[in-house]
Design a protein around this ligand. Structure first.
Ligand SMILES: NC(=O)C1=CN([C@@H]2O[C@H](COP(=O)(O)OP(=O)(O)OC[C@H]3O[C@@H](n4cnc5c(N)ncnc54)[C@H](OP(=O)(O)O)[C@@H]3O)[C@@H](O)[C@H]2O)C=CC1
Ligand SMILES: CC(C)(CO)C(=O)C(=O)O
Length: 309
């Protein structure tokens, strides 16, 4: 398949390498000029769990330089960069490619729908992980999986081909029964792990060693449950808690510093308003108080302010 990865940061680069290694024609698209230049000059450098560096020759471009068309565009920007990336892609979207996003946060479908007909959109979630260590260089740990669904399943006959392509690259993808439930499940996980690991400056394994991690977890997820119930979105705080506990081991994501922690360390805006902040806001609209999520969103914004972000 001919694939563009639009937003080739930590995750886009990890996915790009795996998809290219499986025989797909992959173009990495990113606005970070130093990153694009480093990849084209030196290849993409991937440091694996054992500390070994692997170099992958890849093609990278700024969005405005792309003239090609693709079968599949994978959007892997941060939630708040997605609208700009879709504008920048312009003509790249004109041949009606499938557009897939696995970005974290609630509300991404609404953003994509402003630029792409619903019938072309596939959304989902992933617990694969990755981190940027510098331009053209990522560090990857553990393994992961993907859960996805077409926004209008009847209008998107190519889902099996997309799943085959992802699975051919070893990305462990499966179709979600209810993608909104999958997005809320992942947002619940991120609103616990990403937010607390950022505030406590720890990785996921370290969070899991805290004697009170369940208390901290439940304070966030019980509010998610109440807001989801009021919004008629399928959600199980118990299932999300199980998924969170499954991330603690080194084989999954124990050694990983969540993407929000990476953003804070790199002095870049976080996705907090698409996670705890989104649920606090929706709760306020629905008259379902979510004070823990509201204060956690405030705490992350306070940390951003102190860091000059
Ligand atoms: N990292 C992870 O482990 C996981 C991330 N996700 C989600 O995937 C999506 C993409 O995340 P992720 O790959 O982590 O995002 P990154 O922050 O690594 O990359 C996103 C974009 O940020 C810019 N950028 C990143 N680092 C720098 C830097 N140091 N200097 C300048 N620009 C930089 C680049 O674009 P530009 O220059 O245009 O700003 C890049 O395309 C998010 O929604 C995230 O929550 C989901 C699962 C795991
Ligand atoms: C890998 C994982 C699941 C950790 O919370 C993630 O989504 C992130 O880092 O943003």
């Amino acid at each position: 398949m001919k694939i563009a990865i639009a937003g080739a940061g930590a995750m886009g680069s990890r996915f790009g390498v795996k998809l290219q290694a499986a025989g797909n024609q992959v173009t990495l698209i990113d606005n970070w000029a130093d990153h694009v230049a480093a990849i084209n000059r030196d290849g993409l450098i991937v440091t694996t769990d054992d500390g070994t560096d692997h170099v992958y020759p890849m093609t990278a471009m700024a969005p405005q330089d792309v003239t090609d068309h693709f079968d599949l565009v994978i959007l892997f920007t941060k939630a708040m960069q997605m609208d700009q990336m879709l504008q920048d892609l312009g003509d790249v979207l004109s041949n009606q490619p499938a557009v897939l996003t696995l970005a974290n946060g609630i509300g991404n479908v609404e953003t994509i729908e402003r630029h792409v007909p619903k019938a072309q959109i596939v959304v989902g979630t992933t617990v694969w992980s990755s981190g940027m260590t510098g331009p053209g260089h990522i560090k990857v740990t553990g393994t992961g999986s993907i859960s996805l669904q077409a926004v209008v399943p009847d209008a998107f006959p190519n889902l099996p081909a997309v799943l085959d392509t992802l699975n051919g690259a070893g990305l462990h993808a499966s179709e979600a029964a209810n993608v909104m439930a999958a997005i809320w499940k992942k947002a619940g996980l991120n609103s616990v792990l990403n937010t607390y690991c950022t505030l406590f400056d720890c990785n996921i394994g370290e969070f899991g060693t805290l004697p009170n991690w369940r208390t901290l977890n439940d304070a966030v997820l019980n509010e998610f449950q109440a807001v989801a119930d009021a919004a008629k979105i399928q959600f199980s705080a118990a299932d999300v808690t199980d998924l969170i506990a499954a991330q603690f081991s080194p084989e999954t994501n124990g050694g990983h510093y969540p993407s929000m922690h990476q953003d804070m360390a790199n002095r870049r805006p976080t996705e907090i308003d698409f996670l705890n902040g989104y649920v606090a806001k929706l709760g306020a609209q629905l008259n379902v108080p979510a004070p823990t999520n509201a204060i956690l969103a405030q705490a992350i914004h306070a940390q951003e302010t102190l860091k000059g972000i």
